[in-house]
Design a protein around this ligand. Structure first.
Ligand code: C2E
Ligand code: MG
Length: 741
C-alpha cells in the first residue's frame, strides 16, 4: 500500500484516479471464451466490493464534513473569509449572528458596512496590512449591526495565499462586549474609590474588607488597622444604642441609610460625618456587602455649634456643664477682685434623688432633673449661672452681690430660701406626683485668694454639712468648716500610715441566743490613733472608702478575723465560736474580692463555715447581678451572709428574695425606738415575720434593755447583740467573757 491516507485514496477513486494497477482487460479477452463468464463474475464481485468500500468511505467523508461544518458554524467565535476587496466570501453562523443578518444575505457584502463609523479607518488600515503585506494581526473594533445595536469585537486576521488563486483573509471574531464593560466598570470604580470621600466596604456582618485613602485621611486609621474589624473602632459614644438599632433596621428594610454621625478620629478628636450606607446584593437578593461613603462635615457652622454645645453643656438639661462652669467661676473670681463685689457659689443636692431613680427608673429621674433645671433658672438673675455638674448635683454662681460680706450673705440666703421653696413645690412626673427637698451648701468669695478648685471644694463640703444636718437645710462654709476640712486632711495622712504602724485592732461583740448560747461574735474595727485615742469606724471608714484605703484595711480585717478563728479552734471555750465581719460595699464590689477571700481562707486554714459576712443593702442594689454572682461563689465555699442595718435602707422585697442570705439584722434604730416611737414595734414585728417567711434567721442589734429583749423574744426574735450583754471588747477581754473562770 502506498503512503496515501485511506480518505485520500477514496477521494482519488471517486475522481477516477487509479492507485493500483487494474487487471488488464486485454488479458481478459485473450482468455478462451469458456473462461469468460467466470472472469466476468470475478470482476463483478471485485467491482461490487470496491463499490461498497467507496460508499462507506463516502458516508465517513460526509459525516466528517458535517462534523466539521457543525464545528465551524456553531463555534463560539465568528469566522469570516474576505476576498482582497474585503467582500465576505464565507461566514459561519456565529459570525452571521454577530453581524445580525442571515448568512446568505451576507455573502459578497462588504464587511466594512458593519464596522462602526469611528472605527472604519482603523479597520481599513488593518485589513490592507493583512491583505497586501500579510501582516497578520488583531484589532478591536465596534460593530454596528443592521438594527443599530452595537457589539465590541476583537478581530484576529490571517492571510491565506494559494497558488493560482486570489489571496483570502480569514478573520476570527470574538465578542468582547462584556469584557470591555467590566473593564470600564472597574476603571470607573477604581476612580470613584479614590475619591475625596471616605469609603468603607464591609461584609454582610459589618466587618470591614476595604477602605480607601480618603477613609484613612479622614479617620486617621490605615487600611491594615481597620481591616477585619467593625466600624465600632470609630465609635464616639455620642450615639446611643437606639440610634444604631434604628440605623440597622432602616438598612435592612430599605437597603439604604443616610444621616449624620459623630465618630472619633484615631487622635481622639470627635468629628461629624455625613454617611450614606448602601447594601450590595447578589442576583438572589442576598446582601453580599455594605458600602459606606462619608464626608467630614465638622466644618459646618451648625455642627461646630453642636460640638460646642456638647463640650460645654449638659445634654439633658441644656445647662452649662462642669467645664463651662469652671471657666465662668474663674472669670467671676477675677471680676470680684477687680470690682470689689462679693460672689457666691451654691452647691445643691436633691435629697433622696437616688431612691427616686432606683425605684421609678431613670426616665422619671431625668424628668425631675429637667424640671429642677427650669425652676432654678427661674430663680436667678440674667447674669447668674446655673449649671449641672452631673447626677443630681446642681450649682449656682451668683455675681455682683454686695461689697459687704454680711449683706452678700443675707442676699444669698434670701435666694437660697426662694430656691428651696420653689424646688419643694410638687413635681408632676408623667402621672406620678413627687415631692422633694434640697440641701444647699454655700461659699462666699470676694478676693482673688481663692482658686476655682478650693471654692468648689468648700461649697461641696458645706453641702455635705447641710445634708448631715437634716434634709432641706442650708449651710455656709465658715472657719469652723475650714478647721474640720484641715483636720480631715490630717486624718487622711494618718490613715495612710495606720496599717504600716499596726494601729488597727479588732474588737469582738458577742451575739447571743435566748438559750443563752454564744454562737457568734461580730468583729468590729478600731483604730488606736497615737494622739486621738481609740477611734470607732464611723470616724474613719467613710474617709477610708473615699480614699480607696478601705481595700488594704478590709483585707487586714479579713486576715485578722480568719487567723483568730483558726486560733480559737484549739481552745475548748472558743472552738464552737463563729465570727461575722463587716464588708464595705466598696470592698465587696472589687473584682478580686472573691479570690482574696479564698486566698486568705487557704492561708489561714480557717473553717469557712464559721465565717459570716455582713453586707449593707445599698450594696446589692446597684449591681445586682455582680453581687449575686459573688455571694453565690462565697456561699459555695461555706461562708454565710447577713444583711446588716435591715430596715434603714430601702431594700426591695424582690431583690431580698434573690440574695442567698442566712440572716436579717434589724437596724438598732428600731430597737432603740421600741417603747418610745409607736411605729417601731410594728416595724420590728414585720421584719421578724418577713425573716421567718423567707426562712432567715433574725437578729436584733443594739439591744440595751431587758424590756427590748423581752419584746423581741415575745415577737419571735431570739438572737441578740447589744450592750445588755456586752460592749465590743478587745481580744483579751472578750476571751475572758467567754471563759469568766
Ligand atoms: P454595725 O455593723 O451596725 O455594727 C454595730 C454597731 O453598733 C457597732 O458600732 C457597735 O459598737 C454598736 N453597738 C452594738 N451594740 C450596741 C448597743 O447596744 N447600743 C449602741 N448604741 N450601739 C451598739 P461600731 O463598732 O462603732 O461600728 C459602726 C459601724 O462601722 C458598724 O456598724 C459597721 O457597719 C462598721 N464597721 C465596723 N467594723 C468594720 C470593718 O471591719 N469593716 C467595715 N467595712 N466596716 C466596719
Ligand atoms: Mg455589722
Amino acid at each position: 500500500m502506498s503512503k496515501k491516507s485511506r480518505t485520500q485514496e477514496l477521494r482519488d477513486k471517486q475522481a477516477g484516479i487509479q492507485t493500483e494497477p487494474q487487471m488488464p482487460l486485454k488479458n481478459t479477452f485473450s482468455r478462451p471464451p469458456e473462461e469468460l463468464p467466470h472472469e466476468l463474475q470475478t470482476h463483478q464481485a471485485e467491482l461490487e466490493k470496491q463499490n461498497t468500500e467507496l460508499r462507506n468511505a463516502q458516508t465517513a467523508l460526509e459525516e466528517s464534513r458535517d462534523h466539521f461544518v457543525d464545528l465551524y458554524d456553531f463555534a463560539p467565535i465568528g469566522y469570516i473569509t474576505l476576498n482582497p476587496t474585503a467582500l465576505i466570501m464565507e461566514i459561519n453562523l456565529t459570525g452571521a449572528a454577530m453581524l445580525g443578518e442571515e448568512r446568505k444575505k451576507l455573502l459578497r457584502r462588504r464587511f466594512a458596512r458593519f464596522v462602526a463609523a469611528e472605527d472604519s479607518d482603523r479597520w481599513y488600515r488593518n485589513f490592507l496590512g493583512v491583505a497586501l503585506h500579510g501582516d497578520n494581526q488583531s484589532c478591536e473594533v465596534t460593530l454596528q449591526r443592521m438594527d443599530g445595536t452595537r457589539l465590541q469585537v476583537r478581530l484576529d486576521c490571517l492571510r491565506q495565499v494559494k497558488e493560482g488563486k486570489e489571496p483570502l483573509v480569514h478573520i476570527a471574531l470574538s465578542d468582547i462586549t462584556a469584557h470591555k464593560l467590566a473593564e470600564e466598570e472597574l476603571r470607573i470604580t477604581s476612580i470613584a474609590f479614590d475619591s475625596q470621600q471616605g469609603i468603607m466596604v464591609t461584609d454582610p456582618n459589618g466587618v470591614i474588607i476595604r477602605v480607601n485613602q480618603a477613609f484613612t485621611d479622614l479617620t486617621g486609621y490605615s487600611a491594615e488597622e481597620v481591616t477585619n474589624k467593625t466600624p465600632a473602632v470609630l465609635k464616639s459614644g455620642l450615639q446611643n444604642r437606639t440610634f444604631y438599632q434604628d440605623m440597622w433596621k432602616t438598612l435592612i428594610q430599605n437597603r439604604y441609610w443616610q444621616g449624620q454621625m459623630w465618630n472619633r478620629h484615631k487622635n481622639g478628636k470627635i468629628y461629624a460625618e455625613w454617611l450614606t450606607i448602601s447594601a450590595v446584593t447578589a442576583p438572589n437578593g442576598r446582601v453580599t456587602h455594605y458600602v459606606g461613603i462619608f464626608s467630614d462635615i465638622t466644618r459646618n457652622q451648625e455642627i461646630e455649634a453642636e460640638i460646642h454645645r456638647l463640650a460645654y453643656y449638659d445634654p439633658l438639661t441644656l445647662l452649662p456643664n462642669r467645664r463651662l462652669f469652671r471657666d465662668r467661676l474663674g472669670q467671676s473670681i477675677t471680676a470680684t477682685t477687680r470690682n470689689g463685689h462679693c460672689g457666691a457659689l451654691l452647691f445643691l443636692d436633691m435629697d433622696n434623688f437616688k431612691i427616686l431613680n432606683d425605684t421609678r427608673g431613670h426616665d422619671i429621674g431625668d424628668l425631675l432633673l429637667v424640671e429642677v433645671a427650669q425652676r432654678l433658672l427661674a430663680c436667678v438673675r440674667a447674669g447668674d449661672t446655673v449649671a449641672r455638674l452631673g447626677g443630681d448635683e446642681f450649682v449656682i454662681l451668683l455675681e455682683d452681690l454686695s461689697k459687704e460680706l454680711e449683706e452678700a450673705a443675707a442676699q444669698t440666703k434670701a435666694l437660697c430660701e426662694k430656691v428651696q421653696n420653689l424646688l419643694a413645690e410638687p413635681y408632676h412626673l408623667k402621672d406620678y406626683e413627687y415631692h422633694c427637698t434640697t440641701s444647699i451648701g454655700v461659699c462666699l468669695f470676694n478676693s482673688n485668694n481663692n482658686s476655682v478648685e478650693e471654692l468648689l471644694k468648700h461649697a461641696d463640703f458645706a453641702m455635705y454639712q447641710s445634708k448631715n444636718a437634716g434634709r432641706n437645710t442650708l449651710r455656709f462654709f465658715d472657719p469652723a468648716m475650714q478647721a474640720a476640712l484641715d483636720e480631715r486632711s490630717t486624718l487622711v495622712n494618718d490613715l495612710r500610715q495606720a496599717l504600716e504602724r499596726q494601729e488597727f485592732r479588732l474588737y469582738y461583740q458577742p451575739q447571743l441566743e435566748s438559750t443563752p448560747n454564744l454562737i457568734f461574735a461580730e468583729a468590729l474595727l478600731r483604730w488606736a490613733h497615737p494622739e486621738r485615742g481609740v477611734l470607732t469606724p464611723g470616724e474613719f471608714i467613710p474617709l477610708a472608702e473615699e480614699t480607696g484605703l478601705i481595700l488594704p484595711i478590709g483585707l487586714w480585717v479579713l486576715e485578722t478575723a480568719c487567723a483568730q478563728l483558726k486560733a480559737w479552734e484549739s481552745n475548748l471555750h472558743s472552738r464552737e465560736l463563729r465570727l461575722t465581719i463587716n464588708v464595705s460595699a466598696y470592698q465587696f464590689r472589687h473584682p478580686d474580692f472573691v479570690t482574696q477571700v479564698q486566698e486568705v481562707l487557704a492561708r489561714s486554714g480557717a473553717n469557712p463555715t464559721r465565717l459570716r459576712i455582713e453586707l449593707t443593702d445599698n450594696l446589692a442594689l446597684d449591681k445586682v447581678t455582680d453581687a449575686l454572682e459573688k455571694m453565690h461563689a462565697l456561699k459555695s465555699l461555706g461562708i454565710g451572709f447577713s444583711l446588716d442595718n435591715f430596715g434603714a435602707g430601702y431594700s426591695s422585697l424582690s431583690y431580698l428574695t434573690r440574695l442567698p442570705l442566712d440572716q436579717l439584722k434589724i437596724d438598732q434604730e428600731f430597737i432603740h425606738a421600741l417603747g418610745s416611737t409607736p411605729n417601731a414595734a410594728a416595724i420590728v414585728q414585720s421584719i421578724v415575720n418577713l425573716g421567718q417567711n423567707l426562712g432567715l434567721n433574725v437578729i436584733a442589734e443594739g439591744v440595751e434593755t431587758e424590756a427590748q429583749r423581752d419584746f423581741l423574744e415575745k415577737n419571735g426574735c431570739h438572737a441578740f447583740q447589744g450592750f445588755l450583754y456586752s460592749q465590743p471588747l478587745p481580744l483579751e477581754e472578750f476571751e475572758r467573757f467567754l471563759n469568766p473562770g
